[in-house]
Design a protein. Structure first.
Length: 321
């Protein structure tokens, strides 16, 4: 059942115990400025190690008409939390937001206006700066967007966030994409539709610490590059061809030198460099191919993206149609 005049906010949570009360307060302040729309929350506990689930129960008792939640059996990752939220969201409009208040809930007012008055299908957000982030992280984040938009079949706005509001048509389109290797920023771009972007400066977390390490962000970026582009495979093929041509030319050079000057004993250093260089290139190309084969392997197993251990759903007919 679709709840009319309702925004369902999907909130993936991993160790967000300290932020949830502050987040709820900010959402209620936004609700007071949107009297014609009812905002409900769909909280997703992604295997948190702290008291996040207990905080869900407290909020559900405190706001019984507004809080729904799912609790996974373990940590499946944010992508699993996003698709779980989309599958269970019942609002006429569906939003995706983080609980750390780096995504300001008050932007929902303009996002809702863009969809209902300007006829956009999606109102998304992008950061115009990365003030407060470690310089090395900002450098690689900006580099990722440049590389992705150069080699990928899809375009992702630089600084784009997962924070967005969508109509039901967009949600239904996302749910038609069955892959297990998910990269939501790319999927949101791939389905198309009319998108309006709202820009805002970087905001630091309200409390707690981010669960995204540099290594996990790097792995996530690789997932994004390989999910929507075959260019890495093409690069591996090009590297292999160039390496073969260099070896062939060098082989002809060695033969010619031997015929002219006779056999020579020196050369072990250059031979060692060639062996190490060719071996390294082969391992690089095998690694690229292996990543794609690994993605095929994961897809072929058809395992569920997540398992729900506990679920709380508000039964409210006043907003359904």
């Amino acid at each position: 059942m679709i709840k009319s005049d309702t925004i369902t906010l999907i909130v993936p949570c991993y160790n967000e115990e300290e932020t949830l009360e502050l987040f709820m307060k900010a959402v209620l302040e936004t609700q007071n400025k949107m009297p014609d729309v009812f905002i409900e929350l769909l909280l997703i506990n992604d295997g948190s190690k702290d008291g996040t689930l207990n905080q869900f129960h407290i909020l559900a008792q405190k706001y019984p008409d507004r809080i729904n939640f799912l609790s996974f059996s373990r940590n499946f990752g944010k992508e699993a939390a996003i698709i779980a939220g989309l599958e269970h969201a019942e609002g006429e409009w569906v939003g995706l937001i983080d609980a750390d208040l780096q995504d300001p809930p008050e932007l929902l007012i303009e996002m809702h206006r863009l969809i209902t008055e300007e006829d956009y299908d999606v109102a998304a957000t992008r950061r115009v700066d990365r003030e407060g982030e470690p310089p090395i992280r900002s450098f690689f984040a900006n580099l990722y967007y440049k590389i992705n938009n150069h080699i990928s079949d899809i375009y992702i706005e630089e600084g784009a966030r997962d924070y967005r509001l969508m109509n039901r048509a967009v949600v239904d389109a996302i749910l038609r994409l069955p892959e297990r290797n998910r990269f939501s920023k790319g999927l949101f771009s791939w389905v198309g539709f009319d998108v309006a972007y709202i820009e805002y400066p970087n905001i630091e977390r309200s409390a707690g610490e981010t669960s995204w390490s540099f290594t996990s962000l790097f792995s996530y970026a690789l997932e994004g590059l390989m999910s929507f582009s075959e260019m890495p495979l093409n690069i591996a093929s090009i590297i292999g061809f160039i390496s073969f041509m260099i070896a062939l030319i060098y082989g002809v050079f060695i033969i010619g030198k031997t015929l002219i000057y006779g056999p020579t004993t020196p050369g072990w250093a250059s031979l060692a460099v060639l062996i190490l260089g060719m071996g390294g290139l082969q391992l690089l190309c095998l690694g690229i191919v292996g990543r794609y084969i690994g993605k095929i392997f994961i897809e072929s197993k058809q395992r569920p993206l997540y398992l729900i251990k506990e679920k709380h759903q508000v039964e409210d007919d006043s907003h359904t149609e």
